[in-house]
Ligand binder design. Structure first.
Ligand SMILES: [Zn+2]
Length: 251
């Protein structure tokens, strides 16, 4: 059995992989966990990112956008929430080295700002990418999607406010970066039938959640599950057999 077989083979692979499930990996911040952070699982070092992506590539999977994932066999997606500066400084070199395209979900009203929504609950302040940095991200061949205007819990807002968060963020990003923006990430993973309806109405064709799971051909494109890429990761040989356990719990 070669290395790829040991990832994908019927004996070693988890059920979701054998059943055609395609993972969307969810990343946030890159580097060592900050000492005061209670959300340490949201930090991944560049070395670990490289190991995780190499494991998937060596297993014969290829990187695809979340929107296209339903149509591809043996594919995975890389998504990065919030557009922290560390995504540009620490993750992008790895993505370029491995020729993997990722989707960066940008909080359109917070370019060059900070992660206020996490600071409010006691997390360390992180710098978010500014306009020039997002341009550099795009110029290197990576994708962006919307993470709304201000990162609110959409389910707590009335329809008018949700429309503003969804539509104004998409238009602002399209206007500023001169390209279509059709991918959305729900802040805090908060969505329901009303929010998905408004998401479709706002012109998005894919939206990711934090519900653990993998994408199937039949998945709702506006309710795509993801797997949290944690800062701890098993050795490559145990990659897939540990994925489900590792990813099935939120921090
Ligand atoms: Zn977020």
């Amino acid at each position: 059995m070669n290395r790829a077989d040991s990832y994908c083979g019927a004996h070693d692979g988890p059920r979701w992989l054998r059943g055609g499930g395609r993972p969307i990996l969810m990343y946030h911040k890159f580097g060592q966990p900050r000492p005061r952070s209670r959300l340490r699982a949201l930090y991944v070092t560049p070395t670990l990112l490289r190991d995780q992506l190499r494991g998937l590539l060596r297993a014969g999977l290829r990187a695809s956008s979340p929107a296209e994932l339903r149509e591809h066999e043996a594919a995975f997606s890389v998504t990065i929430d919030d557009a922290c500066e560390s995504a540009l400084l620490r993750a992008l070199p790895v993505l370029l080295e491995l020729q993997v395209q990722a989707t960066l979900y940008v909080v359109a009203g917070r370019l060059g700002g900070t992660n206020d929504w996490e600071v409010a609950v006691g997390e360390p302040r992180e710098r978010l990418m500014d306009e020039a940095q997002v341009r550099a991200w795009l110029a290197s061949g990576q994708r962006i999607g919307s993470h709304t205007l201000t990162h609110p819990r959409l389910t707590a807002l009335d329809d008018a406010a949700v429309r503003e968060e969804l539509q104004a963020s998409r238009l602002a990003l399209e206007d500023r970066f001169q390209q279509p923006v059709t991918e959305l990430c729900y802040p805090f993973g908060a969505h329901d039938e009303r929010i998905r309806h408004l998401t479709r109405e706002a012109g998005y064709t894919s939206a990711v959640t934090v519900e653990p799971g993998t994408v199937q051909a039949t998945s709702d494109p506006l309710r795509l599950p993801r797997l949290l890429a944690r800062h701890r990761w098993p050795g490559p040989a145990a990659l897939f057999s540990r994925l489900v356990q590792l990813f099935s719990r939120r921090p």
